[in-house]
Write a protein that binds this ligand. Sequence first.
Ligand code: G3P
Ligand code: CA
Length: 253
Amino acid sequence: KPAVPLRAPGAPVVVVAHRGASASAPENTLPATRLALEAGSDWIETDTQPSRDGVPFVLHDRTVTRTTNGTGAIRKLTSARLTRLDAGSWFARKYAGTRLPTLAQQLAYVRRHNGRVLVEIKGAHTKTQILAVVRVIRAQRMTGRVLVQSFDEVSLRRVRQAAPELPIALLRTTIDRDPVAVSRRLGLAAYNPKGSALLTRPAVVARLHAAGVAVFAWTEDSPARWKRLDTIRVDGIITNRPADLVHWRNRQV
Ligand code: G3P
Ligand code: CA
């Protein structure tokens, strides 16, 4: 089973920039990715969804309406149309003209800067759509530098089938009665719960680690939460404020 390295004793918590440095730049764009990597983030969390013609793009919402100057469901828009959208003006004038990245562009950028990508399969993906994501990861030679996560178990199974070499993670808003059993059933490299839910069941972190499963908690922006999650030894914290988390972490060791 492909794994992600677990946090070693004494090692600092890993910083995962949620949609890039999304408090400082337009989420899920290359400028947000650049800021996050410059700040020292270890991983960039990146949502992916296919265009109408099957090209994996980087976008969180089901529609492009909130984060671009266009409207409509991404799955109904062609890649030609999507690449012409402005994905920066909504955030700040200085980001006008920022493009919606394809997953290939995002992975190429992160690889050039020696980062890692937590790729979230957003919404149900067909086998063909999963294959398109897998092809991009392989073509960008990012197999050893990605963790593929989803709330959607069917999509994760499809990833496992299409690409047994890729580590996968399950996203959860609540903690399963037996997270280790769930991890074994799905062949998970990581179990990635909502931070507040995890803090109600802190003992599951050690149990998952004993089973060789990493834990990345989302999405936490306050030092009080970082402290509690660090204390229960989560492997990574997913945050909108990666620069602040990097500074905070560097003061803990
Ligand atoms: O990485 C976990 C987190 O991103 C899941 O929620 O809605 O921000 O994709 P969401
Ligand atoms: Ca996400």
